[in-house]
Design a protein around this ligand. Sequence first.
Ligand SMILES: [Zn+2]
Length: 67
Amino acid sequence: MPIYQYVCEECGVPFEHFAHFSHNGHLPQCPRGHTRVRKVYQAPAVIFKGSGWYSTDHRPKPSSEEK
Ligand SMILES: [Zn+2]
């Protein structure tokens, strides 16, 4: 089973999860329990270097939490 890498959009913690998030319709949680995570395809260190790493993401930052 492949391991997918994710990074938490709440705290920026990179982590790995064994299943794709769409497998059961639920996003994996970051080690700190957040569910607002994004899948990454390369080393997480590349993703969030600098302070405005999510400014390259065209989605607006969601203001409400999905439960
Ligand atoms: Zn987190």
